[in-house]
Design a protein around this ligand. Structure first.
Ligand code: PLP
Length: 294
């Protein structure tokens, strides 16, 4: 998963209609951050990871929307949309020779404390191969996120629903899953509402309807889930955004965790209880994701 290509953005001035003037290619081994960058010292910044297919970024606009939403939630400067689009495009294009499916991570930090100039960069890498997870399914555990379901309303400073650089907690949750012999996690609020994975969005099929969780519960708007729902709509399946409780998951007849680089991964067990894997629908979802042109 090491970076293979890197572009740095000069965010000290507006790029306007000449984004290429402020995007510079660097070697992945170059030092491009100051030691006291707040992204490093406090995890104070935002990021997106976008799937790249044959050099073309997928779901670019939903990712740019979410990037802007995260920036607003963190009181960061409004990202220049066309500048970031261009940075992702040039990084993605360079990934084409490396693998048919690659990824670009793009990052904006608050920069250095006294300067108030954000730091920006984008790098390309080849993510883990999702084939096994898609075919075999994944073992998942429910973990308490420790916040109430209404935390984004009562305590917006906790930044639930912003895609911040502070993913140490998400990674710790995944390590806890591994200790329990599982691959992944579905977070539950302290008052018992089902939320999302540490880096994925839940879709559960209950009574023939595909359900995902509302962003009002402090979960990220999933770009992959959005495209999976579009594919389900096209085949006439029922979709719904709504609250779920662990008891609802016990009667779900299929579940998926959706994310940009893994696609739709079917859940094959939840807290040790087997869950049926619907191979046909999983294949349909991932085929639709793989066939996206943008
Ligand atoms: N929820 C969280 C907390 C995430 O970090 C991610 C992605 O990294 C997702 C959901 C899924 O989002 P996407 O499908 O856009 O990758």
């Amino acid at each position: 998963m090491q970076p293979l290509t890197l572009y740095v953005l000069d965010l000290s001035r507006p790029a306007g209609d000449d984004p290429d003037a402020v995007i510079t290619r660097r070697e992945v081994t170059d030092a491009v951050l100051r030691t006291d960058d707040l992204g490093v010292t406090r995890g104070d910044g935002i990021f997106e990871t976008i799937l790249v297919h044959h050099g073309l970024p997928q779901a670019m606009d939903p990712h740019l929307d979410r990037f802007a939403r995260s920036a607003a939630m963190m009181d960061l400067p409004v990202p220049e949309r066309e500048l970031w689009r261009r940075a992702v495009e040039v990084t993605a294009a360079e990934m084409a020779p490396h693998a048919p499916f690659a990824a670009v991570k793009f990052v904006m930090t608050r920069g250095v404390e006294t300067e108030e100039i954000p730091t920006g960069f984008a790098y390309g890498f080849v993510p883990d191969d999702p084939t096994r997870a898609r075919l075999d399914g994944i073992d998942v555990v429910l973990l308490d996120r420790g916040y109430r379901h209404d935390v984004s309303e009562t305590s917006p400073w906790l930044l639930q629903g912003a895609k911040t650089l502070a993913y140490a907690i998400n990674k710790a949750a995944l390590r806890e899953a591994a200790r329990r012999g599982a691959h992944d996690v579905i977070f539950v609020s302290s008052d018992g509402y089902v939320l999302e994975g540490p880096n994925s969005t839940l879709i559960a099929r209950i009574d023939s309807t595909y359900v995902t969780i509302p962003t009002s519960l402090g979960v990220l708007p999933g770009t992959t889930q959005g495209d999976v729902f579009a594919a389900l709509d096209l085949v006439g399946a029922q979709t719904r955004v709504g609250e779920l409780f662990p008891a609802d998951l016990s009667r779900a007849d299929a579940m998926w965790l959706c994310s940009s680089t893994r696609g739709a991964a079917p859940v094959r067990s939840l807290d040790g209880t087997p869950v049926a894997v619907d191979h046909d629908v999983t294949a349909m979802m991932n085929d639709a994701l793989g066939a996206r042109e943008r």
